[in-house]
Each structure stands twice: as C-alpha cells, then as structure tokens.
Design a protein around this ligand. Sequence first.
Ligand code: FPP
Length: 245
Amino acid sequence: MKETNTEKLPKHIAIIMDGNGRWAESHTMGRILGHRKGAESVRIITKTCRRIGIRFLTLYAFSVENWLRPKAEVRALMNLLLEYLENETREMMDQDIRLTAIGDLDSLDAHIRSKLYEIMEKTSENQGMLLNLALSYGGRDEIAAAAKRMVEDAVAGKIAPADVTRELFSKYLYTTAIPDPDLLIRTGGEYRVSNFLLYQMAYTEFYFTDLLWPDFGETDLLTAIDEYQRRERRFGMTSEQIGGR
Ligand code: FPP
C-alpha cells in the first residue's frame, strides 16, 4: 500500500464526484448502476481518508441543479443515499466518524431527512473524522441564504452594519463549524467548480483528474494528496514571506 507523508496533510478535502454516468455508459450499463458503483467509491475514499488522518471530508453528493435530472434518476439517487445511510451507520460508529450535511436539507423527502438527522445525532460525539455530505447544495444559494439570515438578524437588532466582517459572515454559512477546504478534487475530466463551496474555496488547491468517479480509488486519492503536498500555498504572499525560498 502506498505510504502517505503525514506532514502537510490537508485538513479538509472536498470532492466533486463526477463521471458516474459516463462510467456506466462505457460499461454498457444504465446510469443508475454507475451511481451505485460511485457509492462504492464513497465507501473506499471515506475509509482511506479516515485511515490516513484527514480531519474533514466533504462530498458533493447532490446539487440543487441535480433536481432537474430525469425523475427516475433523482429517485434512484435518493434511494441510494437512503441505502447508504442505513448501511453505513455501523461503520461510522466503528470508525469514529461523525456525519454532517450541508445544503437545503428541507427539500429532501421527509423519510430521508429524518434518517439523516437520526445518524447525525447518533454520530455527533464521534471525533475521528467529520464526513460532510453536500445534499441539495448550491454555493450561490448558500451565500444568499446566509445574507438573508444576516439581514433578519440586523432587522431584529441583533447585529449592526459595523459588525459585518468576513468572520461574522462565515458563521451564517452552512459550513460554520468546518474549516475551509485545503484541497478540492474533481474527477471526470471537467475543469469547473459547479457551484460548490464558492465562498469557502478562496484559497483551496484544485486537483483535476480524468478518472471517472467509480474508478477513483485509494491510490488515486494518495496521488492527489501527494501532489497537494508538493505545492506551495502562498495565500497571496510571496514565497519568502511564507519561508519557501
Ligand atoms: C456525478 O456523476 C455524480 C452525481 C450527480 C452524484 C454523486 C453520487 C454518488 C457518488 C453516489 C451516491 C452518493 C452517496 C453519498 C451514497 P454524473 O452522473 O454527472 O456523471 P456524468 O457526468 O458522467 O454523466
């Protein structure tokens, strides 16, 4: 098994899991089977992240835009999510993984939402790693919802315009308790952020691969981390300032 350099390990990895449909097509299967295979990759990658000491893993499992897909595909994705939640609780407890979710969770079906909340509650004390599922998630919606709640607080007299800082604004986002991602991985050969964590990714390192999500395994994750570790993160400063040269 490939070894990981534990120095400069990304604290938070975010993943856009793209390519399930194309994987299915290339195996002459229906798209839904591609998603099912994709759910297996979710299990493998989660386990690997936990093993090597990643603290936060955010997976883009369903975007607000995904509601526009054919009804049968949306239903299949929701069923897969439910199945995943039901089957993985035990593993999450064994692995000391805490589950959280971000997105417009109110738009999920009631039975899925209640299962999700049940597992979030059950795993809430787990400390090993935080697995964060982005569900019915949209970055612009998140920012607009944060602004709305901020205005509500201002109208209620809880905050004044002078209180508004980046730090305060971050507290209104879905990710309030989670640090910004250090590394974004996108599979499937597309080079875009697709409305994912728009505010949080200001200084995130991006790693793109042509591999389709169902083919993305442990070694591929370690390769992405390896590349991240060789990059110099300057946060707008010079190399000298951060002690690089
Ligand atoms: C993108 O592939 C993937 C999705 C829209 C959904 C991601 C879902 C999973 C990985 C499985 C279920 C998740 C969990 C947490 C159990 P695509 O359909 O856009 O692929 P394509 O671009 O090749 O068509």
